[in-house]
Ligand binder design. Structure first.
Ligand SMILES: Nc1ncnc2c1ncn2[C@@H]1O[C@H](COP(=O)(O)OP(=O)(O)OP(=O)(O)O)[C@@H](O)[C@H]1O
Ligand SMILES: [Mg+2]
Length: 732
């Protein structure tokens, strides 16, 4: 660009210089030359007019001499005056030329002589008449003088003509040179100017091209960013206000561009994170270290949560000042849930494998001990039969036999855990079995503990060893008694259930299908999470030495597993315990009553309802949300009581609150239900819990009459419950 400007500027400068040069130098010279030529022409004209005046004076003189008329005399006088005037003018004009001056002297003297002759002729005619005058005339030099004068004038003219030619030639020369200089300069100016303009044009074209290329690359970049749909890509200014927004951001976070531009990005964070100052801290860290990776729960516009993984990068200007931030966020809720599910199923598998190997070990030992004890007890029996045995010896042998039998009972329980006991499965009606056992259980529990049995209607038959089932129930009852110490309630509930594939996948060694469930709940001390994790292990006990063997729950586990069932344990410290035994349905047996709709039950639900799902465990929340979606409900999610209350305030369309009983932060499901009802009296409330219903009721967590869904729940169970609730409401 610069050379082009120079190339255009230079010719302009040259043209200006030329103008200036012509104004100061060329024009005066030209003028002077022209003046000289004019002067020469003037000299020539003056010489000619002088010569003419001489001629005219001579003619008038002769006219007067011949006629004596005064008119000739007047003409003569006029012309002689003209002669002297023109002569003096000629002298003036030639006084710059020494050569001409010399000629002028000759002309003057010749003119003087001639004038004197003519005056003498005139005088003679006036005073002495024509004859005398003619005589005088004949003495005159006359025409000779006149020829001299003319000759002199001619030579002046000739000389001036020469000068004139010379000057004209010089003038022409000067003009020609001048014209050439102008032509060359103008040519040069034109070439430079054209070159400059060409360069300038090219520069402009280049600039245009680079601008359009820049625009194209900007367009490509914009398309790239806006085309990314699974990542939220947006910019923040230095204060954390949203400055740009892509379609991925709209998809992930739910805000449209005009709604969010200029808003503080802290709106994406849950309340607790905002209170902790997490958004500001992240900006600070990113500004300090350039870029940071973050992850955690974030909020969508509708208040629902998603698990985000994000990169926050600080953007600096060239001078180092902070311009803002670029944020790329990804919704990894599903992936995280899958990772967690995988982790959990791995843990479940590891646990199952551990139990399996423990089983093999204890099973092997128990087998050997069984054989040894058979020999010991058999031998003692044989000795006792001998008549020679004394009284003392019999007493000792009895004690030994008793100990041997205790050992054998231990070994049986070990075998039960190792799933190697000999089972005698029969078609069992669990309701009848529980009823028959009630008396024994009451005695086992003692007077201070209340036994309650809640037996489901139409409970399926199951194919198990009834003796082992009784042992299992007894073991559970003893554990419950030990946990309740002084007083409390033990409840045994029976019912039918379906464990679906999703449940089976997340719990190792479970086959999906129909099960009879027996839930044994107490209102005792409950267990710590560590105890829960190890409770089924053989020999794991928290009881003092000599009190517990740690084989009770392992018998339950081993027996149920060996029978093709599944055991689940729900317990929290201070909340009591529920152990659920799932025993496979004996499909071959005739059923007294068939109430269950089973997994393909035609569960009809009222659609167009919004459910607020409150659950602190993300995996369970995700499952619940999916189940509700599948049933046609709109779902909002909250992870604790505070958030649930906030969302209820924001979403008047919520008609049903589906909440877990045990929520974190001292804001449990019961309190949430109370506060929610106070806010929205018409709200339907459904609780979910892993505990059996009776345990929940007795622990004072819930008053009776509330709707309760037991975990693990299937989609069908949820659908039935929701249907019941809306039917009940319709009747009410
Ligand atoms: N209902 C319950 N309430 C609280 N803790 C329990 C309950 N059931 C079991 N536990 C805990 O689990 C541990 C293991 O129970 P398990 O029945 O296997 O053995 P135990 O009761 O200690 O001994 P055993 O039953 O062989 O006499 C117990 O020591 C106790 O800590
Ligand atoms: Mg026990």
């Amino acid at each position: 660009m610069l050379p082009a400007v120079v190339l255009i500027g230079l010719p302009a400068l040259v043209a200006l210089l030329l103008l200036a040069y012509s104004a100061t130098r060329v024009s005066p010279q030209l003028k002077e030359n022209q003046q000289r030529v004019a002067h020469t022409l003037e000299v020539i004209a003056a010489a000619r007019s002088f010569d003419l005046a001489v001629g005219d004076a001579e003619s008038a003189e002769r006219g007067f001499i011949i006629t004596g008329e005064n008119s000739y005399l007047a003409t003569y006088q006029q012309n002689t005056r003209a002669m002297s005037e023109r002569l003096s003018r000629l002298r003036r004009l030639t006084n710059d030329n020494p050569d001409q001056q010399r000629g002028m002297l000759l002309i003057e003297s010749a003119t003087e002589g001639r004038l004197a002759e003519m005056q003498a002729g005139i005088d003679a005619r006036q005073n002495q008449g024509f004859i005398q005058a003619r005589k005088v005339l004949q003495t005159h030099l006359g025409t000779a003088t006149r020829r001299v004068i003319s000759g002199l004038v001619d030579s002046v003219i000739t000389q001036e003509n020469r000068v004139l030619k010379d000057r004209q030639a010089r003038l022409a020369d000067f003009q020609a040179t001048n014209a050439l200089v102008y032509k060359v300069s103008i040519g040069l100016v034109a070439v430079l100017f054209t070159l400059g303009v060409t360069l300038l044009w090219r520069g402009v074209q280049r600039e245009k091209k680079s601008v359009s290329e820049l625009r194209r690359s900007e367009e490509r970049f914009r398309l790239l960013v806006s085309g990314v749909r699974d990542h939220a890509i947006f910019m923040l200014d230095a204060d954390g206000k949203v400055a740009s927004w892509n379609s991925g951001a709209q998809r992930v976070k739910g805000y449209k561009e005009p709604e969010i531009i200029g808003k503080d990005y802290a709106v994406f964070y849950p309340r607790e994170e905002r209170e902790n100052g997490a958004p500001e801290a992240e900006l600070r860290q990113a500004a300090e270290s350039g870029s940071i990776e973050t992850e955690g729960w974030r909020l969508r516009k509708d208040g629902s949560r998603f698990y985000a993984r994000a990169t926050l990068t600080a953007l600096h200007a060239e001078d180092g000042s902070l311009r803002g931030f670029a944020k790329i966020t990804r919704d990894v809720t599903e992936r995280r849930a899958q990772e967690k599910a995988l982790e959990e199923s791995r843990a479940a598998l590891a646990h199952a494998q551990k139990m399996e190997s423990l089983g093999q070990l204890t099973g092997g030992m128990a087998h050997d001990f069984n054989n040894l004890l058979t020999v010991v007890i058999g031998s003692i029996d044989l000795v006792l039969r001998m008549p020679t045995t004394g009284e003392k010896a019999t007493e000792l042998l009895d004690a030994a036999r008793q100990a041997g039998e205790q050992g054998a009972s231990l070994v049986r329980r070990l075998l039960a855990f190792s799933r190697r006991q000999a089972l005698a499965p029969q078609d069992v009606d669990v309701n009848r079995l529980v009823t028959n056992m009630s008396e024994l259980l009451r005695r086992t529990l003692g007077e201070s503990i209340v036994l309650e049995t809640v037996l489901g209607g139409g409970v399926w038959r199951t194919l198990v060893d009834p003796n082992q089932l009784e042992s299992a129930l007894l073991n559970l009852a003893v554990n419950a008694r030990d946990a309740m110490k002084e007083h409390g309630t033990l409840s045994i509930e029976t019912g039918n259930t379906f464990l679906d594939e999703r449940y089976a996948d997340s719990h190792g060694e479970v086959t999906p299908g129909q099960y009879v469930v027996i839930a044994v709940s107490d209102t005792g001390t409950g267990m710590s999470p560590e105890t829960v994790a190890r409770a089924f292990e053989p020999f794991f006990t928290t009881k003092p030495e000599g009190k517990g063997t740690g084989l009770g729950l392992s018998q339950v586990h081993g027996f149920v597993k060996q029978s093709g069932g599944h055991v689940a344990l729900y317990s929290d410290r201070g909340q009591g315990t529920t152990v659920k035994m799932y025993l496979p349905r004996n499909a071959g047996a005739a059923q007294a009553e068939e109430l269950e709709t089973g997994r393909h039950g035609n569960a009809q639900v009222v659609k167009d309802e919004t459910v607020l799902l409150v659950e602190d465990e993300p995996l369970v929340r995700m499952y619940g949300s999916e189940a509700l979606h599948e049933l046609g409900y709109r779902v909002l999610e909250a992870c604790d009581g505070h958030e649930a209350m906030r969302m209820l305030g924001q979403h008047p369309e919520v008609t049903l609150l589906f909440t877990d009983v045990g929520l974190p932060g001292g804001f449990n499901g019961r309190r949430l239900a109370e506060e929610a009802r106070a806010l929205v009296p018409s709200l339907k409330i459904l609780f979910a819990t892993g505990y059996a219903r009776s345990a929940i009721v007795h622990n004072g967590v819930l008053e009776s009459g509330v709707e309760l869904l037991e975990k693990p729940y299937t989609i069908e169970a949820l659908a039935r419950k929701l249907q019941q609730m809306s039917a009940g409401r319709a009747r009410a």
